[in-house]
Design a protein around this ligand. Structure first.
Ligand code: WTA
Length: 638
């Protein structure tokens, strides 16, 4: 049998061959890679799809359990190999290592715990935890027994958490008493208690003790993690899943208020995350890989949990933040664990670049071989700082473009194999058929192009639907361009066919790498009794990439603008989380609207970008006078 390593792209010929094969014979290509995994029953059809429905199925009728592929295989062949090196928030706390065997045992134990409280295949389990090993264990335990995990980032508020729990009617939530992040403690259990007041489907709340904070306890509902697994065996047979059974739901923001529960399935997701992990990071068997993301986001799912474990990698998982106890923390961890591949976000790079360079130079970074970036376009300055100071002018940087919806990396260079170009994600990976259309939806055939990015053929890890709302899935991703996947990003292509992502073309703003729909933020601002209406737009920000500017109309003029701004910030923190707070709140007497009553956001975006002149066509405005008024307000503030 072939091994996944046989599909490792080692040189440009390999890359071209794989790209050609994936384009000409996608089924043959992907079924070859899929054959390197452990299946309980081989699939019948490699791919069935019809994007007019839209429907996509990979490895149809194949049977497997992804955790057997992540854990059992390696626990058997290489039991002592390190799977996870966990580094605590506090550098004085000992780091922990889980070998593949140990991780499998812990996962099995917790799987048995979940079974003990009645969790079955197909049940939805919410996980709201800090970055501790138990988060990974909980995720894999769900997958082991066929329960669908829905991880909610531990920075979301109780209202946002409740909305996500209710959307997929989760029956169990797994949390911890609190979480350490820098010098702060997040009271996770308290936030859960608040959320669960409005979550009738939750039967149990499993609590891992991490911070030993005092917490409230609801005897019939709450269970300590340790009590749950006490005395349970560390063997648990994996539940055999269909390739197209749901593996997990992960929520992402959209252009409307309701979060979208993206549904990923077992087989295709497994094959694609493993293949892309191995190739994009050029992972070799003795390397130590570190992705600084949080498992609450897709990057954590695909490139901290599943991708690395599927190829038997050793990964660092980090509980803390880059600035604690000082801004050298990332580099100290790189030195300590001799990290080879380092994957982070542009917003972190920009913050790090602001600090004295001593924080970098104190540490020996000679183990590093590949640097990665994800989450938003990386600006040239940040790229150069990363290249010069961390890469010492010689390490390849992979700028990886992808999404919660795509499940895995779609566009990226391959280190030392394909060319890199600063600020360009560069080449679509084998099997990714990218194209650019102009604003009228016409395909641009020439190499040099600027317009809207589309993908015109299925790849194995595309999200199959939005949980409970296939119509919305169709509308958002498959309606604007017939039979093509529309990711919502603009792109530029140079004369050599290299892609640069230029940013969102919808009402999603990426702030510090977090996707924020402006609609839910507006909804929560509008809840303020003094607010008539609001509009939120993004504008470029030095560290965060983008920041938010909120324009609000009040019922009555008030003297104390500052206190209303604070109240609005509190409202947003409560309903979504502190990450969604606008940088600036501007009180206006009206918003520019079209005759049909739609807010002309384009104009507000220009204003927020400090562009007061090139407003484009304003002839369809119902209230053109408001444009000057807002302009004057902003000038006064500047
Ligand atoms: C943006 C994160 C430019 C993009 C994996 C995308 C990027 C959204 C890049 C998805 C990149 C992600 N260059 N933009 N390398 N990576 N994006 O779902 O707008 O949190 O649509 O997935 O982030 O964000 P999400």
């Amino acid at each position: 049998m072939k091994n996944i390593e046989d599909y490792k792209i080692k040189n440009l010929d390999d890359f071209n061959n794989q790209r050609e094969m994936a384009a000409n014979e996608p089924e043959l290509f992907w079924s070859g890679i899929a054959s390197t995994f452990q299946w309980n029953k081989k699939w019948k059809n490699t791919l069935k799809y019809d994007w007019s429905i839209p429907n996509t199925e990979w490895f149809v009728e194949g049977k497997l359990n992804i955790t057997e592929n992540c854990l059992d295989r390696y626990a058997k062949s290489n039991p002592d190999k390190k799977a996870i090196i966990w580094e605590a928030n506090d550098p004085n706390e000992d780091f922990k290592v889980y070998t593949y065997k140990e991780l499998l045992d812990e996962v099995c134990k917790f799987s048995n715990g979940l079974k003990k409280i009645g969790v079955k295949k197909g049940d939805r389990i919410c996980i709201y935890m800090p970055m501790i090993p138990e988060l990974t264990i909980a995720v894999l335990a769900c997958a082991r027994i066929g329960a669908i995990h829905s991880v909610v980032f531990a920075g979301f508020s109780s209202v946002a958490l409740a909305a996500r729990i209710n959307d997929s009617s989760c029956s169990v939530i797994i949390t911890s008493d609190g979480g350490f992040r820098g010098d702060k403690i997040t009271p996770l259990k308290k936030i859960c208690d608040q959320a669960l007041k409005n979550c009738p489907t939750i039967k149990n709340c499993i609590v891992y003790k991490r911070t030993s904070e005092k917490i409230d306890w609801f005897k019939n509902r709450d269970i300590w993690w340790d009590d749950l697994i006490y005395g349970l065996p560390d063997k648990c047979d994996p539940t055999i899943m269909n390739s197209e059974d749901t593996l997990f739901i992960l929520y992402t923001s959209g252009s409307t208020g309701k979060p979208k529960g993206m549904v990923h399935t077992c087989g295709g997701y497994m094959v694609y995350t493993a293949y892309t992990f191995m190739n994009v990071f050029q992972y070799s068997q003795n390397d130590v890989y570190w992705c600084t993301a949080d498992i609450g986001w897709i990057t954590g799912h695909s490139y901290m949990v599943y991708g690395p474990l599927l190829v038997g990698a050793t990964s660092v998982h980090f509980e803390g933040v880059p600035s604690y106890p000082d801004w050298g923390r990332f580099w100290q961890v790189c030195q300590k664990h001799k990290v080879n591949q380092f994957y982070t976000a542009p917003t972190a790079i920009r913050s790090l670049a602001k600090q004295p360079i001593d924080f970098v130079n104190k540490y020996n970074l000679s183990s590093l071989s590949v640097l990665g970036s994800v989450g938003e376009p990386i600006n040239l300055e940040a790229w150069e700082w990363y290249y010069k100071n961390i890469g010492k002018g010689k390490l390849p940087i992979v700028d990886t473009w992808w999404q919660t919806e795509t499940g895995g990396i779609m566009i990226s260079s391959i280190p030392k194999v394909t060319k890199q170009k600063p600020t360009y994600a560069t080449s679509p990976l084998p099997g990714v058929n990218a194209e650019i259309v102009d604003n009228n939806g016409n395909l641009i055939e020439e190499s040099s192009a600027e317009g809207i990015l589309l993908i015109n053929f299925p790849w194995p890890s595309i999200a199959r639907t939005i949980y409970g709302d296939h119509d919305r899935y169709k509308n958002v991703y498959f309606s604007a361009y017939k039979n093509k996947y529309f990711p919502g990003d603009g792109a530029l292509r140079d004369e050599n066919g290299m892609y640069r992502i230029t940013g969102r073309v919808d009402d999603v703003v990426i702030v510090s790498g977090h996707n924020l729909g402006t609609a839910p933020i507006e909804n929560s601002i509008n809840e303020h009794p003094k607010v008539v209406e609001s509009a939120v737009v993004g504008y470029p920000h030095e560290i965060k990439g983008n920041a938010l500017m909120a324009f609000i109309i009040l019922y009555d003029k008030i003297d104390d603008n500052e206190s209303i701004k604070k109240e609005i910030n509190d409202l947003i923190s409560n309903s979504i989380g502190p990450i969604a707070k606008p940088e600036k709140v501007i009180i206006v007497s009206g918003l520019p609207k079209t005759r049909s009553g739609k807010i002309m956001r384009r104009i507000l975006r220009k204003f927020a970008n400090n562009d007061m002149e090139n407003l484009g066509d304003t002839s369809t405005l119902l209230n053109p006078e408001i444009v000057n008024e807002i302009k004057n307000t902003l000038k006064l503030l500047n």
